[in-house]
Design a protein around this ligand. Structure first.
Ligand SMILES: [Ca+2]
Ligand SMILES: [Ca+2]
Length: 173
């Protein structure tokens, strides 16, 4: 997890010579309880930094249905959260820290053309291509809901307090 953060930071620093706020396009959607927001064109590193500032990460596509949702709502020319962890390496990770399971590479991809294709974009057919992180694409942000204390937990805690008060009253009697 920390390693990923350091790597993301490295990519961010390498790509972002001048930090500038990346705006949103106004296109957004919801899938499986998660909220998705589209960013304006930027490098992959700037897009991931903007995603973090919005409380999420670039999208981690965890299955075919999520891939199809992203393709339909946001289309091609978009960054997803997948990144190559080392120049020339074969290992890709999600910037969110999600485990990499489902993949949907385009034919002959990832080809690492030129040796520095360390970021991943979505094609119009929903397949994936590794691409230089300095290229400009619309980042897709995935924001997971913040867990709230459940009613059940609050109820148990409340009963505990009532129980303690009852015991104290018994002792006093
Ligand atoms: Ca996801
Ligand atoms: Ca490629």
């Amino acid at each position: 997890m920390n390693l990923i953060k350091v790597l993301v930071l490295n990519v961010t620093l390498a790509v972002a010579c001048s930090a500038q706020a990346i705006g949103t396009t106004g296109v957004s959607g919801d899938f499986n309880g998660h909220h998705y927001v589209e960013l304006e064109d930027s490098s992959w590193g700037d897009a991931e930094a903007a995603a973090v500032s919005l409380g999420g990460h670039l999208v981690s596509i965890n299955g075919q249905s999520e891939n199809e949702f992203v393709r339909q709502v946001f289309g091609s020319g978009t960054w997803i959260g997948l990144m190559r962890i080392a120049d020339g390496g074969d290992t890709f990770v999600w910037s969110s820290g999600d485990a990499l399971g489902y993949t949907n590479w385009s034919s002959f991809e990832p080809n690492n053309s030129g040796g520095h294709e360390n970021a991943v974009e979505l094609y119009s057919d929903g397949t994936w291509n590794d691409l230089g992180a300095e290229q400009l694409r619309r980042g897709i942000v995935e924001i997971s809901p913040v867990p709230e204390p459940s009613v059940g937990i609050m109820l148990v805690a409340g009963l505990g307090i009532v129980g303690a008060m009852a015991r104290r009253r018994q002792k006093a009697a």
